[in-house]
Design a protein around this ligand. Structure first.
Ligand code: TLP
Length: 346
């Protein structure tokens, strides 16, 4: 049976050119700073995001955690969106492991936080209050339609934060999707950020890894934080080699994933018992709402999986489809037909 796996872009497998680069990678002990391939990836990433230095880490979750641990001490406060990945999906790691106090603000549907709302949430100096150290923005915003946040908004938040003595971390797990969708360079989205992370193992199809970028001082501290979390990876060049291919060969093609996501949303428009916010599909993520009272997202996911279409339940009545390197235009057309048929039979 044909299987169309739309659960996430994390399911992508390494490309043939990545596998070759991994097999041929020159390696050394990265904890000693001696892995030439890791060093090359880190230099490339820093240059790409126009930051002083970069650090290869095991995952997007580790990238965010390391960044928060460097920016905030125990009892310090971080401002972040209530639908952000860091707040929603990372086990509260920054509170659990770093004693960092989360202050959530409502994400608007486009993934932004109100500029005034952020400024009002920054604490004045008062013995009763935690100290606000950091604002986290997510770009693209996973749980807000995969929306790309504009360079102007990123800059406005950065300038306001710095006026108030607060730092900014950008969870740019899919920052290259944002950049491709907006037709700009990813560095423009991080020009005011004190740190920015991105994932190699999502739409860019590398098997493992994320990169955190920031100043030299920030990365020195991030390297310590990575080590204490058990993330010193030794001959990690075999992984970094795939990351280099991801950065050099896989960024521009993300536009195809965005086209396919739009196609899927369009093909599902008007489907029985479903609604899709087609207007807001700007990158590779499509949210599908179930309006039919008789079926839950888990039930529908189960029924569709029997027909070879895999979607991710993201709420009791919400499913997510994410296009990626392995998904063709024909695949999304086929998936839409299967989903429509299933809904007609509900
Ligand atoms: N997101 C995953 C799941 O955890 C939901 C996905 O399938 O989308 N930041 C953002 C914005 C993310 O979407 C993710 C992963 C992460 C961080 C964490 O990355 P990993 O999975 O590498 O720890």
């Amino acid at each position: 049976m044909k299987v169309v796996d739309l659960r996430s872009d994390t399911i992508t497998r390494p490309t043939p050119s990545m596998r070759r680069a991994m097999a041929d990678a020159e390696v050394g002990d990265d904890v000693f700073g001696e892995d030439p391939t890791v060093n090359r990836l880190e230099e490339m990433a820093a240059e790409r995001l126009n930051k002083g230095a970069a650090l290869f880490v095991a995952s997007g979750t580790m990238a965010n955690l390391v960044s928060l641990l460097v920016h905030c001490g125990r009892g310090d406060e971080v401002i972040l969106g209530d639908r952000s990945h860091t707040f929603f999906y990372e086990q509260g790691g920054s509170a659990g492991l770093g004693g960092i106090h989360p202050r959530t603000l409502p994400n608007k549907p486009d993934g932004t936080l109100g500029l005034n709302a952020i400024e009002e949430a920054i604490r004045p100096d008062n013995i009763h209050f935690p100290r606000t150290r950091l604002i986290v923005l997510e770009n693209t915003h996973n749980r807000c339609s995969g929306n790309p946040l504009t360079p102007q908004y990123m800059k406005d938040v950065g300038e306001m934060a710095h006026r108030n003595g607060v730092k900014v971390h950008v969870d740019g797990a899919r920052i290259f999707n944002a950049a491709v969708s907006l037709g700009i360079d990813a560095s423009e989205l991080a020009s005011e950020a004190d740190s920015v992370s991105f994932c190699l193992s999502k739409g860019l199809a590398a098997p493992v890894g994320s990169v955190v970028c920031g100043s030299h001082d920030f990365i020195d501290e991030a390297r310590r934080a990575r080590k204490v979390l058990g993330g010193g990876m030794r001959q990690a060049g075999v992984l970094a080699a795939a990351g280099i291919v991801a950065l050099t060969e896989m960024v521009e093609r993300l536009a195809e994933d965005h086209d396919n996501a739009r196609r899927l949303a369009k093909d599902l428009t008007g489907a029985e018992g479903l609604s899709v916010d087609t207007e807001n599909v700007k990158t590779n993520i499509v949210y599908i709402n179930i309006d039919n009272n008789d079926i839950s997202s888990n039930d529908l996911a189960e029924r569709l999986s029997r027909e070879g279409v895999l979607l991710l339940p993201t709420g009791p009545k919400q499913m997510r489809a994410v296009t990626n390197y392995h998904i063709t235009a024909n695949d999304v057309e086929h998936a839409a037909v299967v989903i429509r048929n299933e809904m007609n039979n509900c």
